[in-house]
Design a protein around this ligand. Structure first.
Ligand SMILES: O=P(O)(O)O[C@H]1O[C@H](CO)[C@@H](O)[C@H]1O
Length: 319
């Protein structure tokens, strides 16, 4: 293993880092070993890595410290490859992530992010599927995340909990967690690609633990608290990435509208029924993971093109 990687592996003593890095150094050719940019593929979005060439896939099962992604729409491998012509930009994609609701500890959830940082990644593009809380967001819209609302973090479920570690900040600031320069490039990339204005929005992501979807009251609560979209991932990864000093961009694909019907009184319905009147009520609706995956599949191509253009712009601004 290259000495630089070996010494990084000991930094912080997080998990079996030295072993993970050693396996990667053994498997990967030199041109792929030091990725410049990382992508995390959300539910149904593993095809984001198909813009890469000369790909080497490393299954999570061969990397100590990695869990297994058990959610449909998530694979369990790192894909290392090159983007673009010539020498190409070395990129790594996480084909599948870990969620706490699968039973993974928060340190397992964020371990891959720490590995990517030690491989030399400087910018990370985290994608996810999310439900829209903001009624102006349509299914299929991509939302560039500018902030988050994480009730689990506020309530003591935070991947950074634990003893202070040398070379890591004890109190991580998050007011600039979502890199403004990268968010600028997201919108420039969309413009360069000629995407319609409505295809890309900006908003705040609410992190919930899942795996149950939100009740209508929870949806109303998160919306009233300022969130535009909601999902069960991403925030722990953002915290670890920021702790590791990476620049973070997050792109959420709206796969469904969170069901937030107006409060409707059954008593009034019964009283109306007894009085021989009828009340018009919106039909009951439910979200499903199948729906989430199907929108992911339909929109993966747009997301893939946007992510590829964003990476090109990142590297042309900061080679
Ligand atoms: O955030 P990703 O992993 O894209 O997946 C989203 O889709 C699943 C629910 O359908 C949840 O895991 C939610 O977080």
């Amino acid at each position: 293993m290259p000495a630089a990687l070996a010494s990084q592996g000991q930094n912080g003593g997080i998990g079996p880092m030295a072993s993970t890095l050693e396996v990667l150094a053994h498997i990967l050719p030199a041109r792929l070993l030091k990725p410049r940019v990382a992508i995390v593929c959300g539910s149904g979005l593993s095809t984001l890595a198909s813009s890469l060439r000369d790909v080497v896939e490393v299954p999570y099962s061969s990397l100590e410290g990695f869990g297994k992604s058990t959610v449909e729409g998530h694979r369990s491998a790192l894909a290392f490859g090159l983007l673009g012509e010539g020498n190409g930009i070395p990129v790594v994609a996480m084909l599948g992530r870990f969620h706490p609701y699968e039973g993974h500890s928060l340190s397992t959830v964020v371990y891959p992010i720490r590995v990517l940082a030690r491989l030399g990644v400087r910018d990370i593009i985290i994608t996810n599927a999310a439900g829209a809380l903001n009624p102006s967001l349509d299914v299929g819209t991509i939302v560039s995340i500018q902030d988050h609302l994480a009730i689990p973090n506020l309530a003591g479920f935070n991947p950074l909990l634990g003893p202070a570690r040398p070379n890591y900040p004890r109190f991580l600031p998050l007011s600039t967690a979502y890199s403004r320069p990268l968010r600028r490039l997201v919108f420039l990339a969309a413009h360069t690609l000629g995407l319609p204005r409505a295809a890309l929005a900006e908003g705040t992501y609410a992190w919930v633990s899942g795996p149950s979807y939100e009740t209508p009251a929870e949806g109303r609560f998160l919306r009233a608290a300022g969130a535009d979209v909601v999902g069960m991932s991403t925030v722990p990864e953002v915290l670890a990435a920021r702790e590791e000093g990476l620049n973070v961009a997050v792109l959420s694909l709206v796969t469904n509208k969170v069901v937030i019907p107006e409060y409707s009184s059954v008593r009034e319905e019964v009283e109306a029924e007894l009085a021989g009147k009828s009340i018009q009520r919106a039909k009951d609706a439910e979200v499903s993971h199948e729906e989430v995956l199907s929108v992911g599949k339909q929109k993966a191509e747009v997301m893939k093109t946007l992510v590829a253009k964003l990476i090109e712009l990142i590297v042309s601004e900061q080679p």
